[in-house]
Each structure stands twice: as C-alpha cells, then as structure tokens.
Design a protein around this ligand. Structure first.
Ligand SMILES: O=C(CO)[C@H](O)COP(=O)(O)O
Length: 251
C-alpha cells in the first residue's frame, strides 16, 4: 500500500532513464502496483518490456463480492500477472492456501500468470520443518492443475521471517528451499513440466545481496519489495541482475 497513480509516470521514466544502456530483452520484468495505479502504470510503461500485475484478486468471475477485484478486471487494467498468497494476505486477512488454490485456477482460466507466494514461518524454520511447510502449501495450491499449466506459473519463495527486515535468507538456505520446491513439482508433475516453473526469491532483496541471490542456479529471478518502491531503486536491481546473470536465460 505504497505509491499513488500519479507516481506511475515518474516511476516508469526513472526506470527508463536508469536502464537506457541495459539489454532488457534478457530479462522478464514485472511490477505489481496497487489496484488504483494499474491503468496509469500500464500507460506509463508503454513500450518498455515491463509487464504489470495485481497484488491480489478474487476467485469468482463476477458477482456479489463487494470490494473485491476479479481476474477480468485485472486484465482490463492491463495486467498479465497476479500475485497471490502474499504473507500479509495470509496473516492479516485470514487467507488459506485452499482459497489461494481457487484463485490460481481462476487466474489461469482468465489467462493471467499467477505469482504464488510460499514461505515458512520462523517457527517452522526453527523446528527444522521448513520443507514440510512448503510441501503442504505447494501441494494444496497446485492440486487439480495439469502439467501444462505449470509454464504459466511463477512460485515466489518468500520465507516469512525474511520479509521486511534487514537481512535476506542466506544463499545456501535459499538454494536448498528452491531445490525442495522443484523436487516436489517434479514428483507430482514430472521433471520436464517442473522445469517450466519459474521459482523466484523474495524477502529483503537489496542492492547488496541481489547479485549473489540471482546468480544461484536454483533461483530463476528476484521478487523485490521495499527496494522497488521507487523506479530508481528497482532499476538498480534490474541492472545488477542483467549484468551478472550467468544463466544466459531469462531471469
Ligand atoms: O513485497 C515483497 C515482494 O513481493 C516481499 O514481501 C518482500 O518485501 P521486502 O522484504 O521489502 O523486499
């Protein structure tokens, strides 16, 4: 809940200016503004290769759900992505992965790519059951999907204890959790389909840790919060990832 529609043009032009010498075709970039800023952001990014997404949506196509936003409304506002299951949705609004599952299906039906947040609590981490918690979340949220759906899905691994703090999870910890998520996908959907899912890392990503995290072979991209509140800040991360990604693949 940061930034207004009027900030969109400034945000986009700051990114454009900061990245004019960067080959953005090696990256897939998205920004997820507040609902009220979506049309302004879509217009402001214009021809830049930056996709737009919502931060949440409802699972129903339409109807008596006052105050909610549907997939069709997001598409109408210029979105191609939608973020689902952010830790704050689960914590403050009582969302469950069962309800996230309905949203994932609705997003895919509408042609939106869901960015599904997964992450263990600090208690799960301390009790050494992070992988168990992640398996449960992932299996719940993807039940009912076919292997062909996976190419449209992004998993955002965001350990809850690493969001909004000063330190991200360590690279080795992140790599292990991403390997686990990939293994769960492979077990359920087959290795080939599992490889089509992007698994990105979020939680206190900043200019100091972006390069190391993005360079991990297990990490397909970064999910940036505070550092992306300004176009300049986000551009710093984009520049780092574009320059140092050793994968020769999109990140
Ligand atoms: O907002 C986030 C990116 O999706 C996420 O919760 C991480 O926030 P940050 O810790 O401020 O980077």
């Amino acid at each position: 809940m940061n930034n207004l529609a009027a900030d969109a043009a400034r945000y986009a032009s700051a990114m454009q200016a900061a990245l004019s010498d960067v080959d953005l075709s090696v990256l897939d970039i998205f920004v997820l503004p507040p609902f009220t800023a979506l049309p302004a952001a879509a217009a402001a990014f214009g021809d830049m290769p930056v996709a737009i997404g919502g931060q949440n949506m409802h699972w129903a196509e339409s109807g008596a759900w006052t105050g909610e936003i549907s997939a069709a409304m997001l598409k109408d506002a210029g979105c191609t992505y939608v973020e689902l299951a952010h830790a704050e949705r689960l914590k403050h609004f009582g969302e469950t992965y069962e309800c996230v599952r309905l949203k994932v299906m609705a997003a895919l039906r509408a042609g939106l790519s869901p960015i599904i947040c997964l992450g263990e609590s600090s208690e799960d981490k301390d009790l050494d059951r992070a992988d168990e918690a992640l398996s449960l979340q992932l299996v719940t949220v993807l039940s009912g999907l076919a292997p062909t759906h996976l190419q449209h899905i992004v998993l955002a691994y965001e350990p809850r204890w690493a969001i909004g703090v000063t330190e991200a999870a360590s690279p080795s910890y992140v790599a292990a959790r991403h390997r686990h998520l990939r293994a769960v996908l492979a077990e359920r959907f087959g290795r080939d389909a599992a490889e089509t899912v992007r698994i990105i890392y979020g939680g206190s990503v900043n200019r100091d840790n972006a390069m190391v995290l993005a360079a991990l072979p297990e990490v397909d991209g970064l999910f940036v919060g505070r550092q992306a509140w300004t176009g300049e800040g986000f551009a710093e991360i984009v520049r780092i990832v574009a320059a140092h990604s050793p994968k020769g693949d999109k990140a």
